[in-house]
Ligand binder design. Structure first.
Ligand code: HEC
Length: 116
């Protein structure tokens, strides 16, 4: 039993690293793109604290991943701005919403970092 659990853990761990490249896509598809995506809710001021936490985790994950295009250092900076804005939104800082809207601009980020 223990051995099976360990094997499963190893499989999950190796899947995790093998799919590192899809991290950004996965987070985009789940938390950015859908009509009811958390990123859209945050923009409208409708996200719950738990949803903001989920998005912060997603943003931390994509920040650690490497985009298919663009400079890695600039990517880290861009995604950190998103995290910082989310932290402000969560703390109900008045400038959080406008910071977030700027940082979450889909096209501005895709133009620089999204490959074909
Ligand atoms: C911080 C930068 C950034 C922001 C902001 C951003 N994206 Fe993305 N997005 C990316 C990158 C980079 C990719 C390409 C991922 C790759 O090639 O690995 C991508 C890919 C996607 C994809 C394609 C996923 C797939 O299956 O290939 C969708 C859909 C998407 N983004 C939607 C959005 C929407 C909608 C928004 C705005 C609400 C948004 N993104 C904001 C960086 C960003």
């Amino acid at each position: 039993m223990k051995k099976i659990a360990l094997t499963l853990l190893l499989v999950v761990a190796s899947l995790g690293s093998a799919s590192a490249d899809s991290t950004i896509k996965d987070v985009m598809k789940k938390d950015f793109k859908p009509e009811d995506a958390i990123a859209k809710k945050v923009g409208k001021g409708e996200a719950t604290p738990a949803e903001i936490d989920t998005l912060m985790k997603g943003v931390a994950a994509i920040s650690a991943a490497t985009p298919s295009k663009g400079d890695k250092a600039a990517w880290v900076e861009k995604t950190k701005a998103l995290s910082a804005a989310l932290a402000k939104v969560k703390a109900k800082d008045a400038s959080g919403a406008s910071d977030f809207k700027k940082a979450v601009n889909c096209k501005a980020c895709h133009d620089v970092f999204k490959g074909k």
